[in-house]
Design a protein around this ligand. Structure first.
Ligand SMILES: [Zn+2]
Length: 447
């Protein structure tokens, strides 16, 4: 493959949107240049008015393989990613069997991924009670950071941590320099069906069972540990806007804390979730309309750094789709293939630009995962990962837009703005107009 030039009137670079050409030499970007500076020997592809964005980096994905491949797997998750304009996934350590809490489990995951991936990927390791001696070896073996739960994770193989477990683990985490991603809810504030006999077909019952204060108290607790141990703290799937002031103050204080939220919290609202609509169940829950607007303010103010999917599918039967019981249904929303249009639909209404979306969905997650020298930007030296995106086109979501294993989605039937036309991984097309050409060529990202 010789020099390739990809032309567009809207190339989304960290410095702004510009007309130009992305010059690709092999798997890397050589430069972003004006269109009249394209060398004569380069092959040319002109996308006209379609936007060119960096390939999205999704640092919060549950691939579930090996062990729960009937929920999702490398083959289907990476197809959904490619269809969604995402070129790098970081896999959560739970739901796979074994859970990624030691090096042998990481090796089992690598073996399972072999030859199946349409985009690049990497692994988070797990912090669970008693595995503190595995933390440094996991870093040496190539995980990009760690994840822990302060509440039950939903699967028996991945145990939640208490304060004493964290105190045993945090010195090891801090020494690696890698981030600790925390599911921030505290169990003492949750009230499940054992304490409430309400109508669990109603979304409001579920919402009341996981109140804002469970998140706020957990974040406060983690910030105090961050102050004490000096590790990099990352709050996953922030769902409450009531923690934003505290997080902003922690930043001002100089604590190394970063924050993500997810497309479903930025798009859906509790007031319009129907009874039995368990496709909308996730934890923490989708909260009120007013809260959703607070999260958007958090993005505007820069307190929330990034938007990632928390793509977490399961077999449809586990969503209790017929019975619609919010107590027994699995909590998790599958959103990989639609994250970009969902976020763009909401962002453009609020006056945000494609540069904001690229920062939230590519640049900042890449920084969190430590792959920001090669992923997340359209700039010289970076991997030639990019998305051809039509920001004005509208589509109605149908199951053929859901290439993950089970086409369950809260977005079915919705009209959204923005269509991913083509996705390039390291200079090669991996998705185009509903098709996945070529053999799976994704590989593990190693720092
Ligand atoms: Zn998750």
């Amino acid at each position: 493959m010789g020099l390739q030039a990809f032309l567009s009137r809207r190339i989304v670079t960290p410095e702004g949107v510009r007309q130009g050409a992305v010059l690709v030499d092999g798997e890397r970007i050589r430069a972003v240049v004006p269109q009249d500076a394209v060398p004569a020997d380069a092959s040319r592809e002109d996308f006209g008015n379609a936007a060119l964005l960096p390939g999205l980096v999704d640092s919060h994905v549950h691939i579930n393989e090996p062990g729960r491949t009937d929920w999702e797997g490398f083959y289907t998750a990476t197809r959904a990613a490619a269809a969604g304009g995402c070129t790098m996934l970081v896999d959560m350590p739970l739901n796979s069997i074994p859970a990624t809490t030691n090096v042998a489990a990481l090796e089992a995951k690598r073996k399972a991924a072999q030859g199946q991936c349409r985009v690049d990927w990497a692994a988070w390791g797990g912090v669970v009670p008693g595995n503190q001696e595995k933390i440094a070896p996991l870093a040496q073996a190539g995980v990009l950071g760690y994840k822990c739960f302060l509440v039950p994770s939903g699967v028996a193989e991945f145990t939640m941590v208490r304060e004493s477990d964290l105190r045993a683990a945090l010195p090891h985490v801090a020494r690696t320099g890698l981030p600790l991603l925390v599911h921030a809810e505290l169990p003492e504030f949750l009230c499940g069906s054992e304490t409430r006999e309400d109508d669990w077909s109603s979304y409001s019952t579920y919402l009341r069972s996981r109140p804002d204060r469970a998140e706020v108290a957990a974040i406060e607790f983690m910030l105090s540990l961050c102050r004490e141990y000096g590790f990099r703290l990352h709050i996953v799937h922030l769902a409450t806007g009531l923690a934003l002031d505290m997080l902003q103050a922690a930043r001002a204080e100089g604590l190394p804390v970063t924050v993500e939220t997810c497309p479903h919290y930025l798009h859906l609202e509790a007031e319009t979730i129907a009874d039995n609509a368990t496709q909308c169940k996730c934890a923490p829950p989708i909260r009120s309309h007013a809260n959703r607007e607070r999260l958007w303010r958090g993005l505007r103010d820069g307190v929330i750094d990034m938007v990632v999917t928390d793509h977490s599918p399961c077999p449809p039967a586990m969503k209790c789709m017929g019975a619609g019981n919010f107590d027994s249904a699995w909590g998790g929303i599958a959103g990989l293939s639609l994250a970009l249009p969902i976020v763009w639909t909401e962002a453009q209404r609020r006056g945000f630009a494609l540069t904001d979306v690229a920062r939230w969905m590519a640049e900042e997650p890449a920084r969190l995962a430590g792959c920001d020298a090669r992923k997340g930007r359209l700039a010289a030296g970076y991997d030639a990962d990019f998305v051809v995106f039509d920001p004005e086109a509208e589509i109605t979501v149908t199951t053929d837009r859901l290439p993950h294993r089970h086409p369950v989605s809260p977005y079915l039937g919705e009209k959204v703005q923005g269509v991913v036309r083509t996705t390039y991984l390291r200079g090669t097309v991996v998705f185009q107009d509903g098709e996945f050409p070529g053999e799976p060529a994704g590989r593990e990202f190693r720092a």
